[in-house]
Design a protein around this ligand. Structure first.
Ligand SMILES: NC(=O)c1ccc[n+]([C@@H]2O[C@H](COP(=O)([O-])OP(=O)(O)OC[C@H]3O[C@@H](n4cnc5c(N)ncnc54)[C@H](O)[C@@H]3O)[C@@H](O)[C@H]2O)c1
Length: 274
């Protein structure tokens, strides 16, 4: 189903690595809804991933950028300006994260602080950089919309989520704080979406991820929110139908965040569900 709610809109989507990536599915949906897109990811990720396939499917150019580097972000925005013939952009998706402490299996009580800084830089401060360069170079149109992907571990402890919980708390704070300034400057909206677990490369890097996903599914009255529905929700946040939603962290999680205990989980614990 498509209503072309993004007809005439231009956007940048960061983080589409493979078909499982959240950003990949959002890019497909936004294109279906009529948007013109520029895809971006780490140059090395582009080289060793399927991004070019997605690019061909949605007729989007791909531009490499490491979001921890201001000069890469500046070059990307300059490229977008050329590509879109000096027209400004309307939306940005930040769907980017990485944790070396998780990858190298350092628990939260034994963090390597160099890795920790890198995690915060890639997974949260990069969002500030994307916003700050856009703000200073006036890259976004009036009523533009910027979204970053987050997880409920910013509010509650999920031990295996490790240092990424801290990164997500910072990411959500950046959305709120920058959202204030960007609203005043240009009526630009900035939000985070807190999504149910999805089996992606970043997701499955977390120890016990499949059990974690199963647990969330049992605890959510609607079940885990599928990535296709997340993509539709993202497209709506980029559209003109949500012009007064800003500085929010919005749960797209089938009700998980508001549920204390579900009957389904009790039945599961009693061994009554096969
Ligand atoms: N998978 C889940 O369960 C889940 C749930 C909620 C939120 N999220 C969030 O969604 C976002 C996307 O993750 P995903 O699950 O689609 O995994 P993914 O591994 O497919 O995507 C992560 C992307 O980040 C990119 N990246 C890493 N370092 C970068 C850098 N320095 N510069 C630019 N790009 C960089 C990677 O190349 C990759 O494309 C992340 O912020 C993640 O925390 C994921």
């Amino acid at each position: 189903m498509t209503s072309k709610i993004l007809k005439g809109k231009k956007g940048i989507i960061f983080g589409a690595l493979n078909e499982q990536s959240i950003a990949w599915q959002v890019a497909l949906k936004c294109r279906q809804e009529g948007a013109d897109i520029v895809l971006s990811n780490l140059p090395i990720a582009i080289r060793f991933s399927d991004t070019e396939k997605l690019a061909a499917d949605i007729q989007a150019p791909v531009f490499g950028a490491d979001l921890t580097k201001i000069e890469d972000i500046e070059k990307l925005y300059a490229f977008c300006s050329r590509h879109f013939k000096k027209k400004k952009i309307d939306f940005i998706l930040h769907s980017v994260a990485n944790s070396l402490n998780i990858r190298k299996k350092h628990p939260y009580t034994e963090l390597n602080y160099e890795y920790y800084q890198k995690t915060l830089d890639v997974s949260a401060v990069s969002f500030h950089k994307v916003l700050q360069v856009a703000y200073q170079k006036d890259v976004l149109n009036e009523w533009g919309s910027v979204v970053a992907m987050t997880y409920i571990a910013a509010q509650r402890i999920f031990p295996e989520y490790n240092e990424m919980s801290d990164a997500k708390a910072l990411l959500e704070a950046i959305a709120r704080n920058f959202g204030y300034h960007y609203a005043i400057r240009r009526n630009v909206r900035v939000n985070t979406i807190s999504q149910s677990p999805v089996a992606t490369r970043a997701g499955t890097g977390i120890n016990g991820f499949m059990e974690f996903m199963d647990y969330a599914d049992h605890m959510s009255p609607l079940g885990n929110a599928p990535v296709a529905d997340l993509a539709s929700f993202c497209a709506m946040l980029f559209s003109d139908y949500t012009r007064y939603i800003t500085m929010q962290n919005i749960f797209h999680d089938g009700g998980f965040s508001a549920t204390g205990l579900s009957e389904k989980l009790i039945h599961e614990m009693r061994g009554e569900i096969k």
